[in-house]
Design a protein around this ligand. Structure first.
Ligand SMILES: *Cc1c(COP(=O)(O)O)cnc(C)c1O
Length: 381
């Protein structure tokens, strides 16, 4: 479809942690003739999609993509509930809201697990992971989050993966907010399972999620206890392997958009796309600091995809008011996810550039002025 001949759609700049700003060509890719997803024509699309999703993380022949219809959390549910053998445990490296979600999944399925709670304002300490593995021989899988999107802290997954493998554990990482943004290499990064969702790095829409896993472990998981039906990884994997199809109805139009998003991902290129996200992050940091805002997380700890900013100590400052004024101008900002540290977030996901960020700060400065917030913003400490 030649989308240049179609009317352009109002472009909003989403600085929330996903869904992200999409291109018009991705939006229009959803408009397709009706098709039953059980037709061969659609099966071919699914097969190529699976291969492309493995390619994005340089998985090669040893890995398979397992697709689900759902938002990104479905991958957390699937990996945690499906990859722990009988009488074994999973270690949750817990340093933020998203890794804590994996601990909650363990609770909901009444699983025996080790909850390694760490400081959420800094990267996970690899020596603590080693210590936990030394102390408990029943741990068979290690789970951590790559970019804790709630704060923007980046975890050292390659180092944690090396330790996990030293102890013969399966390494599972929530890469939902880094996949197709920060370059990932399954083997070099010591990973067995990663995951993402179409509304994040590939810049398409919510409703399609994928776990990319080591095929040999997927095969072995056939004999693991089943704790869920809809999100059982082996069930979905074996059905896809046998038929090339998802077990239950796939999100057809979302898949067409995801296919277009992946095409645009490969056209932009792994390194140039990562460079663009970093340039957007840098523009967000520079613009925030120019207005006097303080960062919640040290720069060297950050993923360079999320900027967490402390609320200023100004009686006229209100996040909600600032949000509403900026939202009217087509920009979306997002509250923080750190209970005792009032903060908000600006994210560098999506099809946006540093020019968009320059426009954003014009709107942000105008909003702060309208609220009579002193500039640069003030802090008591
Ligand atoms: C977005 C995100 C998810 C998935 O959240 P959903 O709302 O279910 O799509 C999971 N993990 C991380 C790190 C994320 O950023």
């Amino acid at each position: 479809m030649d989308t240049t001949k179609l009317p352009s759609i109002k472009r909003n700049i989403l600085l929330n942690p996903g869904p992200a700003t999409t291109t018009d060509s991705v939006k229009y890719a959803q408009v397709v003739p009706d098709i039953c997803p059980r037709e061969e024509e659609f099966g071919d699309i699914m097969k190529q999609l699976g291969r492309d999703l493995v390619d994005i993380v340089h998985g090669g022949d040893a890995f398979t993509a397992v697709l689900f219809c759902g938002s990104g959390t479905i991958n957390i549910d699937a990996t945690v509930s499906s990859l722990v053998p009988a009488n074994k445990k999973i270690l949750i490296v817990n340093n933020g809201a998203y890794s804590n979600r994996a601990a909650e999944v363990c609770d909901y399925y009444h699983m025996d697990y080790v909850n390694l709670k760490l400081d959420i304002t800094q990267p996970a300490d690899v020596s603590k992971v080693r210590e936990a593995l030394e102390n408990d021989a029943d741990i068979a899988a290690v789970y951590c989050c790559h970019n804790e999107t709630g704060t923007g802290v980046l975890n050292p997954i390659r180092e944690i993966g090396a330790v996990a493998h030293e102890f013969k554990c399966t390494m599972i990482v929530d890469t939902t907010s880094t996949y197709a943004m920060i370059p990932i290499d399954m083997e070099k990064d010591n990973l067995d399972f990663v995951m993402s969702s179409a509304q994040k790095g590939i810049m398409a829409f919510t409703g399609l999620s994928y776990t990319i896993g080591r095929t040999s472990i997927l095969e072995a998981s056939k004999d693991y206890p089943t704790r869920s039906y809809y999100t059982n990884l082996y069930m979905q994997y074996s059905f896809i392997k046998k038929t090339g199809q998802m077990h239950f109805t796939p999100p057809v139009q979302t898949i067409y958009a995801a296919r277009q998003g992946i095409k645009e991902y490969f056209e932009e290129g792994e390194q140039p796309k990562w460079a663009r996200h970093q340039a957007v992050w840098q523009a967000l940091v520079d613009g925030s600091e120019a207005l006097g805002f303080k960062l919640l997380i040290k720069k060297e700890y950050q993923s360079k995809l999320v900027v967490s900013l402390k609320y200023p100590d100004d009686p006229n400052f209100s996040f909600e008011k600032m949000h509403d004024l900026i939202y009217e101008q087509g920009f979306t900002i997002y509250p923080g996810k750190v209970a005792d540290l009032p903060s908000f977030r600006l994210c560098a996901l999506g099809a946006i550039t540093p020019d968009d960020i320059a426009d954003f700060f014009v709107a942000m400065k105008a909003a702060l002025k309208r609220m009579n917030v002193a500039l640069p913003v003030q802090y008591n400490d």
